[in-house]
Design a protein around this ligand. Structure first.
Ligand SMILES: [Zn+2]
Length: 211
């Protein structure tokens, strides 16, 4: 068998697509033909190089790929979770009155001062004549709400004087002025204690918010 015929057959021999008889011929020939054997070796190395290299590279980089993929999933997951928690928290805060009231406590008193007497008049916040700062979220401020926040037009736009007593009738915040539309922070009031609020004001209707 001529060497150039064998060389023509080598590619299909390497790819294992030739017949058994052809394979036998090639094997018999390369046993005694150095040149064709070398040619076969060279061709095997070349195809081996081409086939093997990507696998090796793949194998070598696959752990990094896995890590990258895992990390990517973690980052995306945490972004999604953060987004949902933030959105949900905001929606709950805005739409569920109970939650809003808990974190932004606020009670209102409407005081009708009949005449310009110098008497102290007690405030009823949400129908209670006392107020308990039962949560840390109370700002402990008093707001003399401006009348233009309300529609009736009867509210006074005067400044008021405010004082706060404890359960023993002791004055704990004395004659503090709260200007119309302004707020004043009350100092020294404790949590979970009953406090009684009184105002002195000119004749009119006052909307007082405790926040
Ligand atoms: Zn040969």
């Amino acid at each position: 068998m001529k060497c150039n015929i064998i060389k023509d057959l080598l590619p299909s021999y390497i790819d294992d697509i030739c017949s058994e008889d052809t394979a036998k011929l090639v094997e018999e020939h390369i046993q005694h033909c150095k040149e064709c054997k070398m040619c076969l070796n060279r061709m095997q190395q070349q195809t081996g190089f081409v086939q093997q290299k990507p696998k090796e590279i793949e194998k070598a980089i696959s752990p990094f790929k896995k890590i990258n993929k895992k990390r990517r999933i973690q980052v995306i997951t945490s972004i999604i979770i953060t987004f949902f928690i933030t959105t949900l928290g905001y929606l709950v805060y805005e739409n569920v009155g109970v939650v809003h009231d808990y974190f932004s406590p606020r009670v209102t008193a409407v005081a009708d001062v009949k005449d310009d007497s110098e008497e102290w008049q007690s405030l009823n916040f949400n129908d209670k004549n006392y107020l308990i700062y039962d949560r840390v979220f109370w700002k402990k401020s008093i707001v003399n709400a401006a009348s233009n926040e309300y529609d009736s037009g009867n509210e006074s736009e005067s400044d008021i004087l405010l004082r706060v007593k404890d359960v023993n009738g002791k004055v704990v915040v004395d004659e503090i002025q709260v200007k119309s539309g302004k707020s004043v922070k009350l100092e020294g009031l404790k949590k979970n204690e009953k406090y009684f609020f009184e105002i002195k004001a000119p004749q009119g209707r006052f909307i007082i918010n405790a926040i």
